[in-house]
Design a protein around this ligand. Sequence first.
Ligand code: ADP
Ligand code: GLC
Length: 471
Amino acid sequence: MEILHVSAECYPVAKVGGLGDVVGALPKYQNQLGHTAKVVLPMYRTKFLFDHQFDTVHQGSFDMGEHWFNYSIIKERKNTLGFDLYLVDINGMLDRQSVYGYGDDSERFTAFQIAVVDWLSQWKHQPDIVHVHDHHAGLIPFMMKYCTAYRNLAEVATVLTIHNAQYQGWMGWDKSRYLPDWNSFDWGNLDWQNNINPLASAVKCARVVTTVSQRYLEEMRQNANGLEKLFDYERGKFKGILNGIDTEVWDPSVDPYVSPNFNLIDASLGKLANKKKLCEQFNLDLEKPLFIFIGRLVYEKAADLLPQVIYDSIYHMEGKMNFLVLGSGESTVEAELENMKSKLVGYYNSKIGYNEQLSHQMYAGADFLIMPSRVEPCGLNQMYAMRYGTIPLVRNTGGLQDTVKDFGEPNGYGICFNDATVWDITHAIYRALEIYNQPKLLKKLVTKIMKLDNSWESSAKKYLDLYQSIL
Ligand code: ADP
Ligand code: GLC
C-alpha cells in the first residue's frame, strides 16, 4: 500500500510534542513492513531544513480568499528518515521558525492543506490512503470529497488520527471563503456549533478515525472539549490504536545524547553516572531520589499543580527528594517554577524552554518521572522513561492507564493514582520514596520496566490492517 501522512509535526524536522514523535516513527515502521509510507508537512525554517538537501518536485498555485499563493513541494534527497519526506513551501505563510503560535495559524494551516490537496490531485496515480493527523490536516478529507476542483480525489480513502481532541482548530464562518470552491449544500460537513471545526469535519468526512489509546477512545465520549456527542454518534468509525515508541531513537545503549550509554545489564551504574552529571549541572543531591517532569506546561498536563506538589513534598517529607522540571507553556506556571528556584536551592531546579538533548539526559539520569495529566490521549514520556529505567508516577487516565501498571498489582511496575490533585500526587511521591528506600525492589522494578516492549511493531501493523479493511 502507498500511504501519505499529512501532519504539522514530524521529528526531527519539526517537533513540539508527541505528534512529532509519532509521525517521525510510524511511517518508518510501515515501510519496514513492506509498504510505502510518505510524509508531508509545512516547510518551516527549522535546523533540519538547512542541514539536508532537497529537490523541488512540484510547483503550483491557488487562491485563498483575496490572496493568490504560489507553493513548492520539495523532497528530501537521501531518504534520511526511512521514508520519503515532502515539505510544502509557501512564502509568507509557512516560512517561520516555530510550528504554532502565530495570529494567522488558521490561514497558515488552511493554505498548507490546500497546497497538499492541489498537489495530490495532480499525482499521476493516487495513494491508497491519505492519513491525516489532528486538526491541522483536518480539512483535507472535506476538500478531497467536496471541493469541485479536487473531485478526482473523492474516492481515495482517508484516515484521521486524533492525537488530542482538546485542540480542534475552530474558525469563524467568515473564513469559509478561504476554501477552494465547494457546494454550500455541504456546509454541515464543516460545521460544529456554528463554527468551522476542522477536527469535527475530519471526523465526519474521513473513512475511519483512530485515536492513540483504547482508554482515551472510551474517555473522549465523555470529555472532548465539546465534541462528545459527535464522537458518540460516529463511534462506529472509531478505533483505538496505542502509540509505540521509536526504539532506534530512544535506546539508552546508543542514544548520542546520553553519556555514558547503558543497557539492562549495567543500568544501575549507567543511570547513576548520568544522574551525577544532572545533579552537578542543576545543583542537586546525588544521594536523593530525583523526580522529573518533562512536558508542556499546560492545564491538561496538570502542570499548574507542580509548584504546590514540589513545596508540599519537600516540606512534609523533610526534603528527602530532589525535583527537576523541563518545560514551557503557560506564562504563569513558567514564572512560578522560575521563582521557586531561589527558595528551594539544592532541592529543586527547572529549565524553562524546549531542549531535546536535556530531555534524553533527564530520562536517563532520573529515578522517577511525574505525569499527573488531566487529559493524556497516549503519552510518550512514560514509555521513554521506562525504557531508560525511570519509574513513572502517572494518573489513571488515557494512554497512561493503558501503559502503566501499579507496582502493588500482580506484575506491576509503576505508580498509579486516580486524581490530578496535590494530595494524590504527593501521596504517589511518598510511595516512590518507599520504593527508593528498598534497593532490591527498586532494582527489580527498573529491570522490569526496561524490558517492556512498547515498540511500534505491533501498532504499525494494526494501522496497516485498518487500512486494508477500508480498501
Ligand atoms: P504531548 O504530545 O501531549 O506534549 P507526549 O507525552 O505524547 O505529550 O509527548 C511529548 C514529547 O515531547 C516527548 O517526546 C517529550 O520528551 C517531548 N517534550 C515535551 N516538552 C519538552 C521540552 N520542554 N523539551 C524537550 N522535549 C520535550
Ligand atoms: C498528543 C497527546 C499525547 C500523545 C501524542 C502523540 O499530543 O497529548 O498524549 O501521546 O499526541 O499521539
